[in-house]
Design a protein around this ligand. Sequence first.
Ligand code: ARG
Length: 469
Amino acid sequence: MVKTPKGQSPRGGQKMWGGRFLSKPSDIMQAINVSISFDKRMAAQDVSGSKAHSDMLAAQGIITDTDNAAIQVGLDDILAEIKDGTFPYRDEFEDIHLNIEARLTELIGETAGRLHTGRSRNDQVATDFRLWVRDHVDEFDGALSGLQRALLGQAAQTADMLMPGFTHLQVAQPVTFGHHMLAYVEMFARDRARFSDCRGRLNESPLGAAALAGTPYRVNRHMTSDALGFSRPMANSLDAVSARDFAMEALSCASICATHLSRLAEEIVLWTSVQFGFVALSDKFTTGSSIMPQKRNPDAAELVRAKTGRITGAMVALTMVMKGLPLAYSKDMQEDKAPVFEAFDALALALAAMAGMVADMQPNADNMAKAAGDAYSTATDLADWLVRELGLPFRQAHHATGAIVALAESKGKALHELSLEDMQKTLPQIHGGIYDVLSPQKSVASRTSYGGTAPDNVREQVKLWQKRL
Ligand code: ARG
């Protein structure tokens, strides 16, 4: 029996780790130490890890089958409480691991104390967190494919729909709206691939590394690794409890994905403005102004754009937490979870909002077609024609085209509105065939190089993606 000094509870005021402590931590110590308010999000993962660990302890003869059976029943009851919202999360037990162990003790008594044989909270938290990140990375794959399908739905309707393509946000060459949608399908495909690579690397089990050095118990780390769906146990116990690059990598993937969302969001903000008028969003994805009755604001797009700040901020925050930490575990690492939870929540919402907006978008074909012919957007077609038909070197063709654009500008005309005589003033060899390439339709139809914007290419890509998704 532990001797209890008068007026004090044994074990430092009921702390699980309190054997050598005589009095309770200060309130401020408690306040900075406690993590249950956020790490309770890993409750289900913690139960899974404990169930696998307990089964393994029994299989290895480290605990009895009877004790394991009691632990399994208790953990199942706890999982049911977590799911139906009746689990008592308590600050006095610090974190999710100790909360669950304390609850298990209430449910099954002293046997609960056998569960923590051959493990530490250090390998336990690393395991839980990997499981949590893995689960959510899998959800992003589903959300991203939903967004790709929404983009593809637009692309399938708009393979021929003209729009101006921009560089420097200045009208450059005509493209099609379908082609533009497919550009994002490609980007989000790479985001999925990045998350999938990240998943492959993170899917190793730290469980059984114990505090940092491994354990003298004859644990079977392959067994727990398999039970939890990991591909293998991590090979180095120090690395197993110290590594958080899996979380940094997941945040990097999230950050890049958010950047793509932000670019599309910015385009939606521009396109829905009166000045562009390229697409309209319905009442579902816009809001009004409290003072200006005529307004329809693309708030969802703006908020998706803004979430990128939070998500990339989270990546930087975790990187700063990890920078300079000596091996192995340091309590700094308790601060690894909040950035990941925050960023992942933001990304999940941003992906859902973007998929909703993309499906909701009504492209305005007339406005885009008109803008596609603005600003001499087919000047490159003219220059290419001079090279192809008249054999001019491209540089010379570029120069002659510049002169023709200047003439059109001085006359206030579009290129295809200039007369043949006008163009022949610059280059007498030009003939009527030139009018075949000067319209935006002809321009996009001619862009048949692999990956180009020609409507036939776009339709082909739509088909390929429809098969893949
Ligand atoms: N709540 C802790 C965390 O999230 C669990 C690990 C505690 N380990 C320790 N040695 N104090 O990091």
